[in-house]
Every structure is written in C-alpha cells, then in structure tokens.
Design a protein around this ligand. Sequence first.
Ligand code: URA
Length: 238
Amino acid sequence: MEMIRLDRFLTQAGVGTRSEVKKYLKNGMVQVNGETVKKPEQKIDSEKDQITYQGKLLQYESFVALMLHKPGGCITATSDRLQKTVLDYIDHPRKEELFPVGRLDIDTEGLVILMNDGDLAHRMLSPKYHVEKTYFVRVNGSLSEEDVTAFAEGMEIGEKKPTLPARLHILKSGEISEAEVTLREGKFHQIKRMFAARGGQVLYLKRISMAGIALDEALAPGMWRELTQDEKDKLLQP
Ligand code: URA
C-alpha cells in the first residue's frame, strides 16, 4: 500500500503541474473510485484506488527507470554543491525519486541508467550478478592481440585481486586506437587503469551499453528518455 496525496499522484502521473492539478481538482475533473474529489491534500492508495481524470483511468507505475546520455563535465551523483550532476539534465515529474545505477567519471560520456528501486540497483552493481557494461574507448598508442589476452586473463591494477576477465575488441589500431571493452565489474577508474597497466592512456571513454540495454543513438548528450517495457524487463532479470 502506498498512501500519497492526490495532487502528488496526479503530477506524477503526468496530468500537469502542481498548480494546474489544483485547478483541475477544483473544476471537478478528478474522481477517486467514482467520487469527485476536490481537495489536493486528500490521501489516496496509489495501488488500490481508481483515479480518473476527465473520465480516463490513470495508471500508476511504482517503478520508474530511464536512460541518460551523460555528457562530459557532470558527476554521477544526485546533488553536489559545486559540480553539475546527472540529475540536472533530467526533467521528469518523479525526478526526486531517482538515483543513478553506478558511476561514470566526470569526463566519461554515455549511458547512465537512473531508477527509483534501491534493491534492484544494488543487485545490478553487485559483482555476484556480473551485469555487463560495454564502453567505446579511444587510447594513445597501438593495441595488439597481447592486450586482448591481458584483458581476457585479468590484470593487476593495484587492487587486492586481479580484474575479472574482460573483453577487448579492437576496432582500429595505430597512433590513436579505438576499441570496445566489456566489463562485469566497475572498480574506480577501472578502464583507465587497465589501459594504463598496458602502457596506454585513455583519451575518450563512452559507455554504450549496460545489462543488455544499449544507449539510444537518437539521444544527444544531455538528453534522456524513459526505458521501454522491454528494457525494463532486462533490468528485472536477476
Ligand atoms: N572506467 C573508467 O575508467 N571510467 C569510467 O567512467 C568507467 C569505467
């Protein structure tokens, strides 16, 4: 059971802003279980009560999840006194409930999933579940089959244990090389440290997928969208 104020339910369901919703209520446009309710502060049970607006039943989904194409120059946190955060790019009626699943460095771009389910986020980040994350990377210097083997075998990057087996797929090798890297863990600066351990330096890093969900190419940096039902289903699989 989730008891919430009627005006909050209506704004979260996307009916309108707080003041618009107040007006709609006053005009008798909202019914709770068939009865017109005009008080914004009325408490309702978002799971059991049937709320209609202009005769249409409003669906309330407790789970909210979206993807952001994180631009460089912002941190993956919900608030910060000095830096811009990923939440500064999100304009969603239930924004206050959301937090990012895992972190990207300030200069890393790409896919960040935000959701309001703490247990699920925790599971997705636990090494036990091996959720795969794939990154596009541009590095200084050439890449070779030896690098592929080193990534696959796991390497020492100054942690207690070597890294878990990772996939390095070389796209281009030269003075500046490009590759895709897939990890099943997420240690601090892990990709930068793995390339550093191979004598390289990461020039550009972008996460392109996580848990089988690809960054939507239609999203420019700084843009977001809700996950589709198919994408949400991928998250919910343990
Ligand atoms: N590895 C890094 O070094 N940085 C990131 O942001 C993500 C993975």
